[in-house]
Design a protein around this ligand. Sequence first.
Ligand code: SF4
Length: 402
Amino acid sequence: MAVYSHSRLESFESCPLKYKFRYVDGIKKAEQGVEAFLGGVVHEVLRKLYDDLQLEKLNTLDELLEMFSARWKQLWGPQVRIVRAGMTEQNYFDAGKKCIRNFYESNRPFRQSQTLGTEVHLTFPLDTEGKYQVQGYVDRIARRPDGIIEIHDYKTGRTLPPQQKADADRQLALYQIGIERQWPDTRGVELVWHYVACRETLRSRRTPQQLVQLRQQTIELIQSIERTRQFEGRKSALCDWCEFKPECPLWRHPDSVLALPPAQFKADDGVRLADEFARVKHERDALDRRLEQLKEQVIAFARQQNLQVIQGSGQQLSVRHSEWEKFPGKHDELRAALETVLKKAGKWEEVSELDAAALAHALEKANWPADLVAEVRRFASITARDSVTPHRDGKGPGEENS
Ligand code: SF4
């Protein structure tokens, strides 16, 4: 049975194809974006800070920064990818140090709550039968002096989201469900996000009704994932950070040919097909537009000259103008009134329960009383259509008569 984490659910929501690569095909990539790498090292250092505090050791800021530098150097390698143009490893290294400094300075002396665990692995069901399982790692769980349990999460992204986003966040609210299951007597839970790059903290609470709703929504999302057979790619700005971009069918060809020298680019089979298809389509669209203009001119000419056939060189154009009565359709508001008129006149069966063609035929041929025909016709609107059809006839100047 699959166990769903918040990132697994989020991966499906942002791009079902990425979800398939990662969780259905099980493709693992050593490659890592620099943002995730930075986040990982910051998380390790903050974990160490609270783990040591549980053993009554308070690290100084300098010690933590040293730890950060050492761990960065130890883990950095060619697998770390910098996407943003003009940025270097040093920029991200400095940004990571700033995150540690910000957190340290705004949370010292770190005794506001008692740490119950760091990187705590939670696994819990969303339903009573245990069919829908969720798991996650909580950065830090702590208990405040007033008994409230805090679920802490460290965020190293550059942007501070609005409070509404925190109030609607799924990840920590899911963890709350797991924690309340683990400690049913807890006096309350608060969700806390440390935006360490911005030196800001967001807090949020959930009502029991909100958690019930979250369970239901998450179960429905899991059901929709499990029903999915066609995992479509969803292009977005996040594609540049996707580890599966090299094999993604939405990007593989463009990325491979755009890097080629011009001559090789033009010789590529895919490029040639794409160019020719686009050119022919463009020409056909232009011809369709020209044909429509000509049709209008032919119809205007035929009308002005009162003609139904126009002679060309070896072909004729038949120009037809047709008009017919259209009666209210099933969803038309006049339909019920027309039905009443026909039923009252005893003609309902005769027109096959108001089949438009049967009704038109009855009006023409069935010898209905003139006042009934007039009454029914009040419901009709006139629809008209002009058509132009070419026929070869071989009678143009210089052509043999056939
Ligand atoms: S590159 Fe974009 S579209 Fe392709 S799998 Fe990744 S996120 Fe989806």
